[in-house]
Ligand binder design. Sequence first.
Ligand code: ARG
Ligand code: ZN
Length: 482
Amino acid sequence: MELRALTRLAVPAVAALLVLTSGCTGATVQGRPGASGLRDPYFPRAGNGGYDVRHYDLDLGYDPSDGRLAGTAVITARAEQGLSSFNLDLSGLKVEGVRVQGEGARFNRSGNELTVRPAKDLKKGEVFRTEVRYGGRPKPVVDPDGSEEGWITFSDGPDGADGADGRDGAVGVGEPVGSMGWFPGNHHPSDKATYDITLTVPEGYEAVSNGELRSRTPVREGRTAFAWHSPEPMAGYLATAAVGRFEVTTGRTPSGVAVYNAVTPGEAAGSRAILAKLPEVVEWGSGRFGPYPFTTAGSIVLPAESLGYALETQTKPVYPGAPDEELLVHETAHQWFGNAVSPKSWKDMWLNEGFATYAEWLWWEDHGGVSAQRRFEAFLAGDASVDPHAKGPWAAFPPASPPGPEEISDDPVYYRGAMVLQRIRQEVGDAKFFDLLRGWATDHRHGNASTADFTAYAQQRTGHDLKKVWDVWLYGEDRPKA
Ligand code: ARG
Ligand code: ZN
């Protein structure tokens, strides 16, 4: 949704090239190609330059019996420069046709880049619609750290064997770059947009996505279309779509946020008690971090072996098996930290994970467990009796500077990231610290922020010089001693 400095930086080299190649046509060419990446320090090709997406309208049909996805993505964006062509990120799948502003557009594919050449150049400032028809059998995207995202299938329930390879459930997850495995888009967290995701599935299946369920409509051949709407901006990696034989329960938090839980049948009994705590966790977070940033909350619980991790997909985190209390708190805390306030680049991952981990520490502190200070000390001492992660490699690298893309989800990002927050608390005291957490979540709500934004904000908000904390805890290579 926002104007990005990155976009403008990525352009000059490409522009120079275009001047050379288009000078001889004699036509009034005003556009040049948008950049094929946003130069993220760890995922340089993720996202694309030259435009800013406002809204995604995804209409997806999924057939669990053969694992085929058939989709139309309508992407409304604003041109940030004159564009002769622009890119979308898409991995695998077949593109059947592309239209821009209602007119057929040429396109070609290379790796994960789909290049679209509209019939007419787009003018700077123009808001334009791109329609991509695509489909096929989506494949998972493998992360630099070896974990899988994108489109993941799983066996759902006792008669799951009637699906493709016995796997009739499916879920789309995207952190960090898996969303390109199930829909074309500007797949970098810096370009947030609102979403409408409609999923059409056969009888017997439920289809779940982010936000609120607007309608559930019978359509052709006994299928049902589930129309989901996300009114608040969302980073693409937080979009989800899940198809399965889910058991659905709904409710409300004490302050009126609608709750929608979808649970795979095999986890229903084991999830009941923990999911009943979600309203309380949302309420607690609102007290600690400021009002819950979305109109809906909920969960998607998949079979335990379906995914290697839980993910904080916006308004409805995905869990492989029933979460425990700590994981429920962690993914709920991400709704403030990561989802409402999203990282400007993947280097800023500790702003997600350090904060969500610190939220767990606070939860225990507020609910009869050890204090965050005691836990901080246990990490320094490597005392696993207080926290099992204290003996882990939490100090292996500075959280604001993971060595590479394969480390952005490693221990230091989570635990040393959380310790940074406890160090700030030690310096400024509780009143200023909690004011800082709330202020950060509120002032950057529905936007993006970087580590530099945070350090500047923390100093300004608390009135303390925290340079030493940054030098030692955030950026220092050595294991901090205190
Ligand atoms: N953001 C998720 C969480 O902490 C974890 C995602 C792990 N992904 C990965 N590729 N290792 O809640
Ligand atoms: Zn997390």
